[in-house]
Design a protein around this ligand. Structure first.
Ligand code: ZN
Length: 161
C-alpha cells in the first residue's frame, strides 16, 4: 500500500501504544521506512517495465519482484523478531507485521484494493483525530470539539508560534 497509508496506520498504532520519542523512530522505521527498498530497486524496475509502471498498484506484475528486500518476506520475521527483543510489547515486530499484513491484503484483494486502502486511511485519520482530541480535552474539560478545531487551525497557521 501507499506509504501515506502505512504512515497513518503506524501513527494510530503509536498513539494507542503511547510510544515515547525513541520508540516512535523505531516504530516508523519498521512500519513505514521498510518501503525504502522500492527506491533502491527503482532504476531496475523502470528499466524492465517502463516509467508508467511506477503508477501500478503493485510492482509484482512483470519482472518486478526485485524490489522486495527480505523485510518484505516471511523470512524477514526472523530478523525483525531478533531486533524486537527487549522492546516493550515486542512492538517493532507489531509495526512490521501490520505493514506486511497491509501489503498482503492489497495483493489478496487486488480488485478492491483502492476501496480497502481508502477505508483504512480514512479510519486511521479518524482514530488519530479521536485520540488527539481526547488527550487535549482531558486537560481542558470545559472546552468542546469546536475549541479543538480552532486550536488545530491556529497551530497549522502558526506552526512555530
Ligand atoms: Zn510495503
Amino acid at each position: 500500500m501507499l506509504s501515506t497509508t502505512h504512515f497513518a496506520v503506524s501513527v494510530l498504532l503509536g498513539l494507542l501504544l503511547n510510544l515515547d520519542r525513541n520508540e516512535w523512530v523505531v516504530a516508523l522505521s519498521f512500519g513505514v521506512l521498510i518501503d525504502l527498498d522500492h527506491l533502491f530497486a527503482l532504476p531496475k524496475y523502470v528499466a524492465d517495465n517502463g516509467a508508467a509502471a511506477i503508477l501500478r498498484p503493485t510492482w509484482t506484475d512483470g519482472p518486478g519482484f526485485v524490489y522486495k528486500s527480505s523485510f518484505h518476506q516471511a523470512d524477514g520475521s526472523f530478523i525483525v523478531g531478533y531486533l524486537s527483543v527487549g522492546w516493550r510489547y515486542f512492538f517493532p515486530f507489531i509495526f512490521w507485521g501490520v505493514h506486511i499484513f497491509m501489503d498482503w491484503l492489497q495483493l489478496a484483494a487486488l480488485e478492491y484494493s483502492e476501496a480497502i486502502e481508502a477505508a483504512i486511511f480514512a479510519s486511521s485519520l479518524l482514530g488519530i483525530a479521536y485520540i488527539l482530541y481526547n488527550r487535549w480535552h482531558a486537560l481542558r474539560p470545559e472546552s468542546g470539539p469546536w475549541d479543538y478545531i480552532v486550536h488545530v487551525g491556529a497551530r497549522l497557521s502558526h506552526p512555530l508560534g
